[in-house]
Design a protein around this ligand. Structure first.
Ligand SMILES: [Zn+2]
Ligand SMILES: [Zn+2]
Length: 331
């Protein structure tokens, strides 16, 4: 039996958070085959919510493996569309992709609602070209909040517009996948990021529409947006500088862990055309492993990367010594 909104708000006579996402599960009955975790729902996107619990009078969120796996995949793909698609493929052209892979990446890029691929790449190319100047759309020198999300709330600095006009983005619009994703962006994100995450859990595992919308669509979106924004904020502030200590972008393992390998930002700003966006293969970097897999099945090709010698040469001259020993920086 499905519960209405008023049922979701009350449980055992006390007011609970509307979606029960911050409710600890001690004592909550678990459906067969589930396993309990404390903060239910958070980090899962709620796609695996079990039928409403009578005990709590609301949407009890369980950890049944199949829907949890589906939720994890959705959240993971939210970021992958940006990291493997908008970023490494279209912004930096660090590899090439065949049409099926480009279409797939363009679709999952819609999950994260970070503007069309064209707009995303335009801003990102300007960011790289004019890093931490007034011409950088999310100039980290203006503080954590500005580089994290504040830049999206205010008018662009005139230098951003002036500098953007100097760059060539014709390659982006010449790709029909980018062109049509831009042209139909709003209907696409409405369907892919909001409607589907709301109705699929409703039909497939009896989730309430209300719970699915706020957790699987909205909360998942808020989490993934903040993860991506940390690349522009945290990874421009905290971490080592093994490849160039004169720039602010840093190697940040926490950002890399959540942002699928995008936190090795000192390396990335020094070698932006390297499809790995990091040097060392053992580092946390699921986006690189995804591209490698696509290469294996023939969907990705022309992977670009720096040679070990070139990396070492650069790092020993300009790095902070955290990976390679400091060398002669006078040459
Ligand atoms: Zn950056
Ligand atoms: Zn980049």
């Amino acid at each position: 039996m499905k519960k209405g909104f008023s049922d979701l708000r009350t449980g055992g006579g006390m007011i609970l958070p509307p979606l029960h996402i911050f409710h600890w599960g001690a004592g909550a009955p678990s459906p067969p085959g589930s396993y309990a975790l404390g903060l239910k729902g958070v980090g899962t996107g709620g796609l695996g919510a079990s039928p409403p619990s009578e005990k709590y009078g609301g949407a009890e969120v369980s950890f049944r493996p199949p829907p949890r796996f589906a939720t994890f995949v959705l959240g993971w793909f939210s970021n992958l569309g940006i990291t493997a698609g908008a970023h490494r493929l279209w912004s930096h052209k660090s590899y090439s992709a065949k049409l099926p892979l480009r279409i797939f990446l363009a679709i999952i890029a819609c999950l994260s609602c970070q503007n069309s691929i064209y707009i995303w790449c335009r801003d990102h190319r300007v960011h790289h070209k004019f890093t931490e100047t007034d011409g950088d759309p999310h100039n980290a020198k203006r503080g954590f909040f500005f580089s994290h999300m504040g830049w999206l709330w205010v008018k662009k600095h005139p230098d951003v517009i002036k500098n953007g006009a100097k760059l060539d983005f014709s390659d982006l619009m010449n790709d029909p996948v980018v062109f049509y994703q831009h042209k139909f962006y709003y209907p696409l994100i409405l369907m892919i990021s909001f409607v589907l995450p709301t109705v699929v859990p409703y039909f497939l595992w009896n989730e309430s529409l209300w719970n699915a919308y706020f957790v699987a669509a909205v909360m998942r979106l808020v989490l993934t947006l903040n993860i991506t924004w940390c690349v522009n904020s945290a990874a421009h502030m905290w971490g080592y500088h093994p490849y160039d200590e004169s720039i602010e972008p840093a190697e940040n393992i926490a950002v890399s862990f959540f942002a699928l390998g995008e936190g090795w930002h000192n390396y990335h700003h020094v070698f932006p055309f390297d499809y790995r966006a990091a040097e060392l293969p053992w580092k946390v970097n699921p986006t690189t492993q995804f591209i490698d897999l696509m290469h294996l099945i023939g969907q990705a090709y022309g992977l670009k990367y720096m040679s070990k010698e070139a990396i070492r040469s650069r790092a020993t001259k300009y790095g902070d010594g955290s990976i390679y020993p400091r060398g002669d920086k006078t040459n």
